[in-house]
Design a protein around this ligand. Structure first.
Ligand SMILES: [Cu+2]
Length: 281
């Protein structure tokens, strides 16, 4: 069916509106870091070297599979057009072509090597935890997180979703606070069922398993608020136990530790002894 000029014009206009919407959306929400944005269709902006690496690898693979898919599509189109029974009534009896056979073996191997090298480099970056400047321990509970700072003092606090704060479903009452440009070791465990500690802009996602201590790390290179969510189905309020990390300067962090020691030490609900009862309720 042929389209009239008017139809073509309207289609183009429609495309332009969608394009402008996407561009505007990207520009309008680009400044919101550390949380998902409306109409977002790519990874959240990276705030750690690991996430920068993940983003690079993701883009690299996207271009690679696009090229491979287009190449295969082109081959299929050639076959359909040139070798259908009308265009090519007498089929060729060719069975072997050494050069092509060598090529279609060697080239995929090279492509796999090109994927494997950055893939393993990224895996080692994620799993080989550098010397940590501080440790935070996150304990998943139905349905909130409890945090301790083993290097910074004997305080423990619960972090529950705050319904009166923005961003909706991501804000919490007590945020995790960490210093910028410092290697933070994250230890995760759980006290009831399996949870998962995930922070998209840091490139981390690690299960929190009862009776086990898992470890990962991040080095946030930007200050600000960052949000993540429990990423393992853990019960009815799985969607309502967000993770909020505030990345601050060294001085602000030291000051926060002092405040936290006082604030949380005086709160019996947050002491080690009553942590078990809080869960049972
Ligand atoms: Cu959970």
């Amino acid at each position: 069916m042929r389209m009239s000029r008017g139809q073509i014009g309207r289609r183009l206009l429609g495309l332009a509106v969608v394009g402008a919407g996407l561009a505007f959306g990207g520009a309008a929400f680009a400044e919101v870091m550390g949380q998902p944005a409306p109409w977002e269709f790519k990874l959240q902006e990276a705030a750690t070297p690991v996430m920068e690496n993940i983003t690079w690898f993701h883009n690299f693979l996207l271009w690679l599979i696009t090229a491979i898919t287009l190449f295969v599509l082109a081959l299929l189109v050639i076959v359909v057009v040139k070798f259908n029974s009308k265009a090519n009534p007498v089929a060729s009896k060719t069975t072997h072509h050494t050069l092509i056979e060598v090529a279609w073996t060697i080239i995929p191997v090279l492509i796999l090597v090109a994927v494997a090298v950055p893939s393993f480099r990224l895996l080692f970056l994620e799993l080989d935890i550098p010397k940590a400047d501080l440790t935070i321990k996150a304990t998943g509970k139905q349905w909130f997180w409890t945090y301790t700072y083993p290097d910074n003092g004997p305080f423990e606090f619960d972090s529950l979703m705050a319904t009166d704060k923005q961003p909706r479903l991501l804000a919490v009452d007590n945020e995790v606070v960490v210093p910028v440009n410092k290697v933070v070791r994250v230890q995760t465990t759980a006290s009831d069922v399996i949870h998962s500690f995930a922070m998209p802009s840091f490139g981390i996602k690690i299960d929190a398993v009862p009776g086990r201590l898992n470890e990962t790390w991040f080095k946030a290179t930007k200050t600000g608020m960052f949000y993540g969510q429990c990423s393992e189905l853990c019960g009815k309020d799985h969607a309502f136990m967000p993770i909020a990390i505030r990345v601050v300067s060294d001085q602000e962090f030291t000051a926060w530790v002092e405040t936290a020691k006082k604030k949380f030490a005086s709160n019996p609900a947050n002491s080690y002894a009553s942590a078990g009862t809080a869960v049972a309720q």
